[in-house]
Design a protein around this ligand. Structure first.
Ligand SMILES: [Zn+2]
Length: 442
């Protein structure tokens, strides 16, 4: 009957796993909807602004257009007057006779003659033509200026309309994707419901036909999650059912003294999947895990967060003088502003880059980020080797004893993985911290 016992628990736990998954999907969709609604609201405000602006530009344009009309009529009128005036040109010249000029004795001082001179009527007419042409040129200039302003305003209006169309498009896109996501959520919900219902039926049918007592002995999940450890609180709720195969093996390679930490304390921490940067919250004794990780990364990050919890469970070992002083000593030995520190740092980086595994370990790069305050010397070395550099930023390192805190969690993860090269690297280049860490936990 033991076999049937496991099967029923297995089914119940699997059902719970589906419920957890469903709830997390619903949570995510709710968060998504809230975010999209906010964005839509912001878009609506922008659109309102665009519409108002377009209205203003349009009404300015219509005033301008009627002024342009008036101006055009004025110019045409002037052109007609000028044409009429030009058609009525008076006689241009007249002949004037000048007699000889003589002195008292009758001698000719200057000889007279006849001259062609412009008529007074023509002079008056010419002045009139000049005046009218000048006036016409002025009015034509004004018209041209008005037309230029108009074309600029038209350009502004069409740009605004384009923007408004884009906002509309974006809005429609958001609405469409929201509908899609909500439809998918509905599908997942109804799928989960029917799966849960079926599993319940199977479970109750099995129970009905098995008269033996169920639940005696170690539960399936307590065995698989942390192998060899009987943990009553360790239900499937701790990890999503899909993570179980990975998490079952997560501490397999760890040395016994780490395994025993897991055995003693593992049942007291809560775990929740939440799409955020993974972290441990001491006040809740809860590890928040980002569900978007793949299995390997999930296990990797979990060991680090579990290290924070172990630190907390022992009353914050990372803040103890033994640990703080040991880490300070290692930092001094690697201080690049000193001759020895620069030499040591150089050796450390050479060892790291010549190795096979430590350089890929995010715990190592995070420890270096803490130790060197993200000095470009380290960052550039990682980047030039094409490696990814996992870090916290300097504002975080500057707060309280975050450094010691993270170094402790990283060491816990490093020992949980038990990679020989990485551990050798730590004991060679962070010997004091390494010793203090082991003294505190072993
Ligand atoms: Zn951490």
């Amino acid at each position: 009957m033991a076999k049937a016992n496991v099967n029923i628990e297995n089914i119940d736990n699997f059902r719970q796993g589906i419920e957890v998954q469903r709830d997390s999907v619903i949570d995510s969709v709710d968060t998504y909807n809230a975010t999209i609604d906010e964005t839509k609201e912001a878009l609506a405000v922008e659109k309102e602004k665009a519409v108002t602006l377009i209205g203003e530009v349009q009404s300015t344009l219509s005033v301008l257009l009627s002024k342009i009309e008036e101006q055009r009529a004025k110019v045409e009128e002037l052109q007609a007057s000028l044409a009429a005036l030009e058609a009525s040109e008076p006689e241009e010249y007249e002949t004037v006779y000048e007699p000889d000029v003589t002195d008292d004795e009758g001698n000719v001082i200057s000889e007279g003659g006849s001259y062609e001179v412009e008529t007074a009527a023509h002079i008056a007419w010419r002045n009139e033509v000049d005046k009218l042409s000048g006036e016409l040129a002025n009015e034509e200039d004004r018209l041209a200026q008005m037309e230029e302003v108009e074309s600029k305003l038209q350009a502004v209006a069409s740009k605004l309309e384009e923007q408004q169309a884009k906002l509309d498009e974006l809005y429609a896109e958001l609405e469409g994707s929201q509908e899609e996501v909500n439809a998918r959520r509905g599908e997942i919900e109804s799928f989960s419901e029917s799966a849960i219902e079926k599993l319940n039926k199977i479970s109750s049918v099995l129970q009905e036909y098995l008269s033996t007592t169920i639940g005696a002995g170690q539960s399936f999940w307590s065995k698989v999650i942390f192998p060899g450890v009987t943990v009553s609180g360790m239900s499937v709720g701790k990890f999503s059912v899909f993570r179980v195969p990975t998490m079952t093996k997560a501490f397999d390679n760890a040395p016994d003294w780490i395994k025993s930490e897991v055995a003693i304390h593992g049942n007291k921490v809560k775990v929740k999947d939440k799409p955020c940067r993974s972290h441990y919250t001491p006040s809740e004794k809860r590890i928040y895990m980002d569900p978007r990780y793949d299995d390997d990364e999930y296990a990797e990050v979990f060991k680090h967060e579990f290290g924070h919890y172990i630190d907390h469970a022992h009353g914050w070992l990372s803040q103890s003088p033994a640990f703080v002083n040991a880490y300070r000593k290692d930092c001094e030995n690697l201080d690049i502003t000193t001759w020895d520190g620069a030499q040591n740092s150089n050796k450390m980086l050479t060892d790291l880059m010549n190795g096979e595994s430590a350089k890929y370990d995010r715990c190592i790069s995070d420890i270096l980020s803490a130790t060197y305050n993200n000095d470009p010397l380290i960052e550039n070395r990682y980047f030039s080797e094409g490696l990814s550099y996992y870090q916290h930023d300097n504002s975080y390192w500057a707060r309280g004893q975050n450094r010691e805190n993270e170094v402790f969690a990283n060491l816990f993860a490093i020992y949980s993985n038990n990679d020989i090269e990485t551990i050798d690297f730590i004991s060679k280049h962070f010997p004091n911290t390494d010793k203090a860490f082991k003294n505190l936990l072993q």
